[in-house]
Design a protein around this ligand. Sequence first.
Ligand code: AMP
Ligand code: GLY
Length: 411
Amino acid sequence: MKVLVVGRGGREHALCKKISQSKKVSQVFVAPGNDGMKNVANLVNINELDFAALKEFVLKENIEWLIVGPEEPLVKGIYDELADVVKVFGPDKYTAQMEGSKAFAKEVMARFNVPTAAYEEFTSFDKAHEYVKKSAYPLVLKKDGLAAGKGVVIPETYEEAVEFLKEFYEEDATCKLVIEDFLEGEEFSLMSFVNGSTVIPFDEIAQDHKRAYDNDEGANTGGMGAYTPVLQISKEARRQAVEEVLIPVCEGLAKEGTPYHGFLYAGLISTRDGVKVIEFNARLGDPETQVLLEKMDSDIMEVIEAVYNNEKIELAWSKDSVLGVVLAAEGYPADYVKNAQVDNFNLDGNYYVAALKEDEGKWYSNGGRVLLAYGRGQDLAKAKENAYKEVEKLKADQLFYRKDIGNKGLK
Ligand code: AMP
Ligand code: GLY
């Protein structure tokens, strides 16, 4: 079969590589992809949001599966536009609100008794202001709608909260805001393949590193590194996440007549009172996918087809640990250096590329997060050592990376 992956980042590179290894697949295309993944997929110059052009391509090439990487096309309805001509692995526009709207996700969790932080919704400065006056700190303010990681702020004091409220409501006088309690604990990510009430959770979890700099300092980013397995998070925590989060949400949505399908990602936190949900994504996580698909031994298209047919399937996993370090352009996540040169990059090396372009044999960055170098090993320490060896091979003076990826798992 022929498969088209939609997206252009490191997660899509990992998806393309994994799909290209499937026994079922004759050709992998990626729209638009980036030059760093051209050895595992055919690049197609179509934007992720150009649904008409994607449709035309799917029909012309007789594509069997469309696998959607990022959230934006999902939230904008790529499923609804293309599902009549191709099998789409991703949720429809309505259920993609699990990621697209914090309020929608909170309401779903409330309906199905899924553990999450207590919260209230606001659409006016005055009401929100009243609430933050009597709240305990720190407090979590989440703007509704897709915000590429910039919609969540965590004020430490009432005064700070008011400053944030002013910013939000000056920009939009009826801004929809979820204000929730601050949860304390260690975060982890659990992903799953879903079709209605058929849920195949990944057996392995991963941990992201959201802050830009070592020791979790600096601004929130799209993710600066990840590793799997996460042995300090108990098997019981993962079990709770499956039984108390993924299954009730998927069964609940199916019963309501709006089944979820595609990848469902739960961002979780292990607190003293058990596992709670921080957020959902309507897709795979980036950069967790890069390490998890490296660890997964199953044929991914076999799994996707089994889930599509509502068959249960056991996933197979390597015993190795896998750790990935993101190299980002100086300045990221704020204004960052453009066209940073990356020497010694090798298409067949242990890299998943987020944003590289090739020009006359030389490689240049064209985005904030540029690539992820990964290593495997029989334990996390060895995987870490191997990942940083891959980092050292590169010569890229205008990129930076964290030196402490995986340290929480090594304590
Ligand atoms: P989100 O976009 O919802 O994933 O939030 C971004 C980051 O903010 C998360 O990865 C957490 O580190 C943090 N965060 C979000 N909600 C909470 C919460 N209720 N308690 C503590 N930290 C949170
Ligand atoms: N790594 C978190 C995310 O993909 O949103």
